[in-house]
Design a protein around this ligand. Structure first.
Ligand code: BES
Ligand code: ZN
Length: 593
């Protein structure tokens, strides 16, 4: 037995999945997915085959020829779920498993009609990264294993399904009141990049290779926000080479989606909180798009190498931003990232192993240690390599890196070997060892200077000394400038200051959620009552963990805001995604009483 991924039962001595075929029925009444998963093993095999499952009820297992396969489910592990061990008869080339999901499957969120924009139809979406595919599909749920997939999905007639795949011809004989859609993903992908959403969806074309899907009520707003997507794809192709996934479509989800975005190939999933109305948050799409190269083409082998996905992608996102909007815009991006990094570093003790880039998460739930560190420390490491050899040479290196490892999943060690071959001596020169294997930030870590940032920071930090922004000038700040200014304000503030800020920048009515939540965090920490209704509104509708964490955190400081937080959570908890609910619970455990 040889296990490689601490978060999977996958055994490297056993056959790998070469192709996956899924037949899925979506039952909104029982909140269950009924499935049949066929795994092609790429040739005949015998003996044990270990798969990951979580909450699945297995009803049958058979070979491709219909011969039953003996199987057993192992003990429940709170992080990994249960191992499904199949005992393959001689020369088994294909296994077919019939099963049903649990209503509380962590990779699925079932929404009641009231939780959607249209209010008339239910909604289902998946979120499989990091290790939740196993709650919908019995599979080798590790990114080391990649396979193309095909799926047929049967849903209520009034609804549509989309997947992280290309639509294929719909099947004819659906049951009454149902429709069946077919999808195909020809490129080999890890299980965490399989994705499904079912709801009352419509789409708007944005370019010959891109469209946005959303509920009818948000479709026009989404089309407006993402109108520039083709330009962004072209900028990314200029930097990183041809886009390899044919189409780049997007899906705007209902507000309970727990992340900002998820790079599901061919179909990025997005929170509706990016629809600011003025395109000020489309950087997030640059990030998910960049994953088409860094993450989806070259993939982390396990969550211990997660920085390979996110660090490179944050770096790539800012290169796209620079290509589209110039150096100053990119510098503001790095500055905003610095705040996120500082907050994440503060969340862990100084010597915490969770601040390493190359982690060892054996026995650790990756969702619990999710932070900005792999993103922002990782991106700073990549930027350090870039400045050590110069941009031109580094860009050529990146092209070769993506060429060498395309459609594969790699470790930090494999990356280092490649770096040492292609750019000898550089790893040592920048002290790669400190970046990867030591906690916190290395001494020589780059600090991104921007004159705008310095001005805004000084202005904000002078608040208690009476410094105020010039009203006429502040009226011309862009969204990121205002955000940076707010991020550097001291807190708590007194009531008069809160009122002044809100009047000056109309903060409580902001359409840009980054700004809105930063403001509500300041106002909440300041026990500023006029914003309580808006806080309640945001916390009862939005499930994005990036917003719930600071907002619930800020409400911990005063008896009155703690009471507000508890009351809102009682009301909202059952509608949050499981992961969002866990985050809020852990934040509220820190409350003083
Ligand atoms: N792949 C991540 C989301 C993710 C990571 C989900 C790990 C589950 C486990 C995605 O690309 C991401 O990083 N999203 C960010 C936005 C981005 C602009 C930093 C988010 O959701 O906030
Ligand atoms: Zn990402």
């Amino acid at each position: 037995m040889s296990r490689f991924d601490p978060h999977s039962h996958f055994d490297t001595d056993q056959p790998r999945t070469h192709r996956l075929t899924l037949e899925i029925g979506v039952d909104f009444e029982r909140r269950r997915v009924l499935g049949r998963a066929v795994l092609d093993l790429g040739g005949g095999s015998t003996g044990p085959l270990d798969l990951d499952t979580k909450g699945l009820v297995i009803t049958a297992a058979a070979t491709g020829r219909g011969k039953p396969i003996p199987y057993a489910l192992g003990a429940e592990d709170p992080i990994l779920g249960r191992r499904l061990r199949l005992d393959l008869p001689a020369h088994t080339a294909q296994v077919a498993i019939t099963y049903e999901t649990a209503p509380e499957a962590v990779g699925l969120q079932w929404l009641a009609p009231e939780q959607t924009a249209g209010k008339r139809h239910p909604f289902l979406f998946t979120q499989f990264q990091p290790i939740h595919a196993r709650s919908m599909i019995p599979c080798q749920d590790t990114p080391i294993v990649r396979a193309p997939y095909r799926a047929t999905v049967t849903v209520p007639e009034a609804l549509t399904a989309v997947m992280s795949a290309a639509p294929a011809d719909a099947k004819a004989h659906a049951q009454a009141g149902k429709r069946t859609l077919e999808f195909t993903m020809p490129q080999p992908v890890p299980s965490y990049l399989i994705a499904l959403a079912v709801g009352d969806l419509t789409s708007r074309d944005l370019s010959p290779r891109s469209r946005v899907w959303a509920e009818s009520a948000t479709a026009d707003a989404a089309a407006y926000e993402f109108a520039g997507i083709e330009e962004m794809i072209r900028a990314a192709e200029q930097l990183f080479g041809p886009y390899e996934w044919d189409r780049y479509d997007m899906l705007v989800l209902p507000p309970s989606f727990p992340y900002g975005g998820m790079e599901n190939p061919r179909m990025t999933f997005l929170t509706p909180t990016v629809l600011a109305g003025d395109r000020s948050l489309v950087d997030l799409v640059a990030h998910e798009l960049a994953h088409s190269w860094t993450g989806n083409l070259v993939t982390n082998a396990t969550m211990d190498h997660f920085w390979l996905n996110e660090g490179f992608t944050v770096w790539a996102e800012r290169r796209i931003l620079e290509a589209l909007h110039g150096k100053e815009a990119a510098a503001l991006g790095w500055a905003i990232g610095q705040n996120a990094l500082d907050e994440s570093l503060a969340r862990f003790p100084a010597d915490s192993p969770f601040t390493l880039l190359r982690t060892n998460l054996e026995g650790v739930d990756p969702d619990e240690v999710y932070s900005s560190i792999p993103y922002e420390k990782g991106a700073r490491f990549v930027a350090t390599l870039e400045s050590a050899v110069g941009r031109e040479r580094f860009d050529r290196f990146m092209r070769r890196y993506m060429d060498r490892f395309r459609f594969t999943s790699i470790t930090t060690e494999e990356f280092l070997m490649f770096l040492n071959t292609e750019l000898p001596g550089v790893a040592q020169r920048v002290d790669a060892d400190a970046w990867l294997h030591r906690p916190g930030m290395p001494a020589g870590a780059p600090v991104f200077r921007s004159e705008r940032l310095d001005t805004l920071r000084t202005l904000a930090q002078g608040w208690n000394g009476g410094t105020r922004p010039d009203q006429a000038e502040a009226g011309h700040w862009n969204a990121n400038e205002l955000l940076l200014y707010l991020q550097h304000l001291p807190r708590p503030l007194d009531e008069f200051s809160c009122r002044w800020l809100d009047a000056q920048f109309t903060l409580t009515q902001q359409g840009n959620y980054e700004i809105l939540v930063e403001w509500l965090t300041i106002a909440g920490a300041s026990d500023y009552e006029p914003v309580f209704p808006r806080i309640r509104e945001v916390l009862t509708s939005v499930g994005r963990m990036k917003y719930l964490r600071p907002l619930y955190g800020a409400l911990g400081g005063h008896p009155r805001t703690r009471a507000l937080a508890r009351e809102v959570f009682r009301e909202a908890a059952s509608r949050y995604h499981t992961l969002s609910r866990r985050v809020v619970e852990s934040v509220m455990e820190q409350y003083r009483d």
